[in-house]
Write a protein that binds this ligand. Structure first.
Ligand code: AMP
Ligand code: MN
Ligand code: MN
Ligand code: MN
Length: 350
């Protein structure tokens, strides 16, 4: 086997971070759920930015598709993530072939709250939350005002830069009541042909120092953690390696997050370098966090898809080993099933 010529990819059956059209995801909650079945997922948390508007539709769709699976209906979801060019190298904690009952999907109600910490935008994911909780709803209403103001201000800047009706057109593409983020604008700019990719659009127009950047003071981390906790959930520090902060600052962030009641730490994220992953494993142990994992799926991207490259070391305590998770039917002894695939390099069908 010439490993150097192969891409290795792991597909996890648990993914606790993704987006829908309720915020800046390209797919509706129903479409994201359909994709989850096609990729062999058993647990998926819907974690849109500062909104919970995608959760109920995702849960209803999973309930519908679970029933189809159990009744053996011809229109029941099928798995399609293993492309003909792939080779299955093995399956950890499970088997490749599974019965309908082993392919059921549980949707975890979640959120990704934007916070400001020392001038840095830090994301706090809430898992296993009661989306109707008053305290959470109050905080989300507050964030919605901030988001709307900022989204309009970004839209105005883009309009002055030659785009037309930027805000209205982003609103049209997202679902009603959606949170409009810079992610929506990045895709809009790309689709208008003004940048080579969403990433380029973000860098040319939207990030700090660029012409359509608008600064916002989000709520503080302890407020986000308190609202998630009040809603019966677990607060998780999202993608800790993606912030442009030093290791010293990251440790400080971990300490403060823990002190105010943060319990989870997103150790595994799609498209994360091995060294970053290893550092996060180390921090997770040091700060005694529960380990979480999430693709942060937004749209088609060969390196970032539901369940992709999210292997948690078995030695870490997974976030679903908390009482809050059990209310959603996740047993503490649940083990992450990992399908290991290889593809020939140059073949983009990851
Ligand atoms: P906001 O919360 O409005 O500041 O927007 C943040 C969102 O922008 C993130 O959740 C991503 O979806 C998106 N984003 C961040 N960085 C990039 C990037 N380099 N390219 C494209 N989208 C990005
Ligand atoms: Mn984020
Ligand atoms: Mn986003
Ligand atoms: Mn996210």
């Amino acid at each position: 086997m010439f490993w150097g010529l192969l891409h290795v990819t792991t597909i996890s059956n648990i993914d606790l971070h993704c987006h829908t059209t309720a915020s800046d995801g390209a797919y509706s909650p129903e479409q994201v759920v359909a994709r989850a079945y096609s990729r062999g997922l058993n647990v998926l948390a819907i974690t849109d930015h500062d909104v919970v508007g995608g959760v109920a539709a995702a849960q209803a769709e999973a309930q519908r598709l679970n029933a189809l699976l159990l009744s053996g209906a011809p229109e029941a979801p099928v798995e399609s993530y293993i492309k003909p060019s792939a080779q299955v190298q093995g399956v950890e904690h499970g088997t490749l072939e599974r019965s309908a009952a082993e392919r059921l999907l549980t949707i975890v109600p979640g959120i990704e709250i934007s916070t400001t910490w020392r001038d840095e935008q830090i994301h706090v994911v809430g898992l296993f939350i009661d989306i109707t909780n008053d305290k959470l709803q109050t905080l989300l209403t507050q964030q919605k005002v901030l988001r709307e103001e900022r989204a309009r201000a970004i839209g105005e800047k883009l309009d002055r830069l030659g785009f037309s009706n930027s805000y209205e057109r982003c609103k049209e593409k997202a679902q009603e009541g959606a949170a409009i983020t810079r992610g929506n604008y990045a895709r809009f700019i790309f689709e208008e042909g003004k940048a080579e990719s969403s990433d380029a659009a973000f860098n040319q127009y939207l990030k700090r120092g660029q012409p359509a950047y608008v600064k916002t003071e989000w709520i503080a981390i302890p407020e986000a953690v308190a609202a998630i906790t009040a809603a019966g959930g677990v607060a998780v520090l999202a993608h800790p390696r993606r912030y442009k902060i030093s290791n010293g600052r990251l440790r400080r962030l971990c300490k403060e997050f823990k002190e105010c009641g943060g319990r989870g730490f997103e150790v595994a994220s799609s498209q994360q370098k091995q060294l970053d992953f290893e550092y996060l494993v180390q921090l997770c142990v040091e700060f005694d966090f529960l380990a979480s994992l999430g693709s942060d799926f937004h749209t088609d991207n060969i390196y970032r898809d539901l369940g992709q490259n999210l292997a948690l070391p078995d030695a870490l305590a997974p976030v679903w080993r908390c009482p809050e998770a059990q209310q959603f039917g996740l047993a503490p002894e649940l083990q992450q099933r990992r399908v290991i695939l290889t593809y020939a390099k140059g073949n983009d069908a990851l």
